[in-house]
Design a protein around this ligand. Sequence first.
Ligand code: ADP
Ligand code: MG
Length: 352
Amino acid sequence: MSPPRRLRVAILAGGRSSEHEISLASARSVVAGLDPERYEIVEVAIGRDGRWALEAGPDRSGHVLVPGTGTGPAETLPVPAEGGTLEALGVVDVVLPILHGPFGEDGTVQGLLELADVPYVGAGVAASALAMDKDLFKKVMRDSGIPVAAHHAIRLGDAVENPFGYPVFVKPARLGSSVGITKVHAEEELGPAVELAFRHDEKVLVEEFVSGTEVEVGVLGNRVPPPVASLPGQIDTLEHEWYDYASKYDEGGMDLVVPPPDLSQETIELLQRRAVESFVASECEGLARVDFFVRESNGEVVLNELNTMPGFTATSVWARLFEASGLGYAEALQRLIELALERHERRSKLVY
Ligand SMILES: Nc1ncnc2c1ncn2[C@@H]1O[C@H](COP(=O)(O)OP(=O)(O)O)[C@@H](O)[C@H]1O
Ligand SMILES: [Mg+2]
């Protein structure tokens, strides 16, 4: 018996985002985590300028990533390639958009992949865009009865106002990795903080400061069967005042403790339930990392944000949370690919 054909997997990495390097690191881990006997890997690096480095086809036409033997529509998708031309993304069985932040985690690439009718890992267009927008996301969560921090959105042309007193958090609506975020301690710092956030987005959030423990939960699955939550992990930012860029990415900048040592079993289960509820309420699929605060004053569980493509190296929080819950990185990757194929198959039966 001949071995089954390997699945052709395209990994998209890099992209037009301040999280470009983090995406490349995540992609390297993914490549290392995929079994070469089962998967044929095609890496597509997207430059900071948004251009896709496509491999030329064997005929050197430059129009395909790889020669197509798949069943889906082929060579239909124009993407901005190196040299400034438009080239077509060739046939692959499944795409892993391992991209963080704008132009990758926000529904834009997902829209492109929908148009190409190719299965892809992770949240779809609407869920990606919703989770990326910290203002819209909170509104949907409140409507679903999930507690979030109070916030006020400032759009271009609006007066700069802080209805919450100090300290307060100021952040761009749609970014990540703590870029452009300030903890504002006094009124005179508000203007500069809003200005900084406006350098990254046209919408800025002023957010009530939630004093408490930061806890993160991984989620894996589609809607049916129900998605599963990992054990929660507590973020200890060590000498950093809050979970800023340095705490996230400097060696020894943070500690992850799984499960959180000081939380009751009841709170742990509530966190897991809320993580799944928020995943379902925002219509996510595939994976997410859902980040919470547990308020110091009263133990209230407050949802901070949901990341549809969290840091995804084998030692990132998402992977460590599932590892501690009994699901290894390679297995999780395999499951994500199955979920992508299952969704595509399911949706291909819809009548439009
Ligand atoms: N309302 C808040 N209260 C307390 N800390 C906050 C608040 N908002 C953000 N932070 C701190 O800033 C970090 C980054 O904010 P977050 O909204 O998660 O943005 P990002 O998408 O960049 O991760 C959080 O992990 C937390 O440490
Ligand atoms: Mg965050």
